[in-house]
Design a binder for this molecule. Structure first.
Ligand code: ATP
Ligand code: MG
Length: 288
């Protein structure tokens, strides 16, 4: 028997409807994460972290986590990847709780994570193999991504034949081929020399910023943060807490030269002032 409502349903206000239909890409709610060290002591890594990263269809969003060494940045990213379960609090991606790892979230680490015995093409195809995509289609999709990250002429090379920057391009391509809803990058350029790093920053702007991607990006470098980010979350010393949320203005251009502009310097100094005021030091640096 169908139920008859006793009272007419009350329509949600338009704003609430909008929020429900377009939840943030990522929401962390009152997150607490701890480890137990070898002596059995509790190490609190993340404390009371709440933040959200917008879902911006068509243009994407790049959020940077900036914080001192050991403060808990990787721990936060691991909880979003589903590699760690928080002690309490919630991790929501597109409004749904994260329950373990999944292809919808792709992680790029500081160290290069490719299969040494597979060519670039075979490395990038790997995720598609797991999905059971037929060989010809796999190759087509993988080659398109390889071209995008600038490795077209190296598709048959083995990782050991590549430079550090090229290896990291392979890692990015391996992630992108799965079309993740969220790309997690944990100091991806930390091991690269300055010049290679600049090239990789351009790759992020050209490839990741021009599409629908939402990226969480960890760095120690204030200039890199300001150059790449839409929004910067400044984290405290361990246990990580969010001290500041800084919206980065839309620079007219994101060419490398913008780093020398007065507008860029103004934002960079603003971030540095906040870091000083909050007594955040550690190995945070300004540019390379
Ligand atoms: N497996 C573990 N067991 C015990 N403590 C841990 C473990 N992993 C991390 N920690 C501690 O948790 C804290 C946060 O670690 P995390 O790796 O998240 O920091 P981080 O901000 O990414 O540091 P870095 O900038 O050096 O990469 C650190 O103090 C670290 O020593
Ligand atoms: Mg880390």
């Amino acid at each position: 028997m169908a139920e008859t409502p006793v009272a007419p349903a009350i329509a949600a206000p338009p704003q609430a409807q909008l929020a429900a239909s377009n939840p943030p890409k990522l929401e962390l709610k009152d997150l607490y994460i701890s480890y137990t060290d070898r002596k059995g002591r509790t190490v609190q890594a993340v404390e009371n972290v709440s933040l959200s990263v917008a879902n911006k269809p068509g243009i994407g969003e790049l959020a940077v986590f900036l914080g001192p060494s050991g403060c808990g940045k990787s721990t936060i990213l691991k909880s979003v990847a589903g590699l760690m379960t928080p002690d309490s609090g919630e991790v929501l991606v597109d409004g749904a709780p994260v329950e373990g790892t999944g292809r919808d979230r792709g992680m790029v680490f500081q160290s290069y994570t490719s299969f040494a015995w597979r060519t670039v093409l075979k490395n990038v195809e790997y995720g598609l193999e797991l999905q059971g995509i037929p060989a010809a289609e796999r190759r087509k999709q993988a080659m398109a991504i390889i071209e995008k990250v600038g490795l077209k002429d190296f598709s048959d090379s083995l990782p050991k034949q590549l430079s550090g920057g090229m290896k990291q391009r392979v890692a990015i391509a391996r992630t992108l081929v799965n079309k993740p809803r969220l790309i997690l990058m944990d100091e991806p350029f930390g091991a690269l020399d300055p010049q290679t790093r600049w090239g990789m920053q351009s790759l992020i702007l050209d490839v990741l910023r021009t599409e629908d991607n939402t990226v969480l990006f960890v760095t120690h470098d204030v200039a890199e943060a300001v150059y790449l980010a839409d929004v910067i979350f400044v984290l405290s010393h361990r246990p990580a807490k969010v001290l500041h949320r800084i919206e980065v203005p839309f620079f007219e251009s994101r060419e490398v030269a913008v780093k020398q502009s007065s507008e860029f310097k103004r934002v960079e100094n603003h971030v540095l002032d906040l870091l000083h005021a909050s007594n955040v030091q550690g190995n945070i640096r300004v540019g390379l």
